[in-house]
Design a protein around this ligand. Structure first.
Ligand SMILES: [Zn+2]
Length: 289
């Protein structure tokens, strides 16, 4: 798999610059929220941020210092994952939530000073241990609220990272305290977009009068090829355009916006909203000025 630096050049450049002069410049917030459908990629990004924060030798990608090696193996003492199954005190029998008991444990641990930069990653895991996005069912209000003050004024050298599918899945008081980053999904095996290339080519330059024809053609493609395969190809198309244009700030914003719209369309389809409505919403988003 290509490295994070190839897959997310703009995000990685942002973190490298922001974290290189950690304390003083302080451009990166103490609360970071990643959102999007690729949770394993978010987790990988979180660990890489932790590595950049802890490496004492400049943070090169292939650095072999002890901090970097520990973090790559995910056994760094100061880089902790919090989920309904991780960071669980022994006397805590809850299995479905991040409990208030857990948040107390985190607060206690943070009272001890650390030589490292502590990074606490909040996520969910399924029964097989796969990373999932945190949501308000897993991280409920009482537990979240008990940490709000800590999120707001964390002890020095402490960063919290939240991984979620969608910002609306998170308690808003956490979202409002976080610096939020959309992490576009990147299907690895299949980057094909031949089904949609004719439709998509030059779409950013098209006028609103072409909106309905675009929508009808997209629905036809879906009818012939299925919803999921078509959406994956639209995503592949946008990702490939993004990759070749990430230095063009305006186009990059537009493409990230459109990738979010596609991930929203996929969620709407999961919620069994009718395809024509989903595609109408998506088309409007793509043609927004
Ligand atoms: Zn290092």
């Amino acid at each position: 798999m290509p490295s994070l630096y190839d897959r997310y050049p703009f995000l990685m450049r942002y973190f490298q610059n922001g974290l290189a002069h950690d304390n003083e410049a302080g451009r990166i917030s103490h609360c970071i929220l990643f959102f999007g459908s690729d949770l394993p990629a978010q987790y990988e990004l979180a660990l890489e941020v932790a590595r950049l924060l802890n490496c004492k030798e400049g943070g090169a990608q292939d650095c072999e210092c002890l901090n970097c090696r520990w973090i790559r193996e995910n056994k760094h003492p100061a880089v902790r994952t919090v989920s309904r199954v991780d960071y669980k005190p022994v006397d805590d029998k809850t299995k479905t939530v991040i409990s208030v008991r857990q948040t107390q444990e985190i607060k206690n641990d943070l009272m001890v000073t650390s030589d490292y930069h502590r990074v606490i990653i909040f996520c969910d895991k399924d029964d097989d241990g796969n990373i999932r996005g945190i949501n308000y069912r897993v991280f409920q209000e009482e537990a979240a609220n008990s940490l709000l003050k800590t999120f707001e004024e964390p002890p020095s050298n402490t960063t919290f990272i939240f991984l979620t599918k969608d910002k609306t899945d998170m308690i808003s008081t956490i979202v409002s305290r976080s610096q939020c980053f959309f992490v576009p999904a990147q299907p690895e095996e299949n980057r094909d977009y031949s089904l949609v290339s004719e439709l998509m080519d030059g779409y950013t330059a098209r006028g609103k009068n072409e909106l309905w024809a675009f929508k009808d053609r997209l629905l036809e493609i879906i009818k012939e090829n299925g919803f999921d395969p078509t959406m994956s190809q639209v995503e592949n198309y946008l990702n490939s355009l993004l990759k070749s244009n990430y230095l063009n700030g305006q186009l990059r914003q537009k493409l990230l916006h459109d990738l979010k719209a596609v991930s929203l369309a996929k969620r709407e389809a999961e919620l069994e909203i009718q395809t024509p409505s989903v595609i109408e919403n998506l088309t409007f988003a793509l043609f927004e000025v």
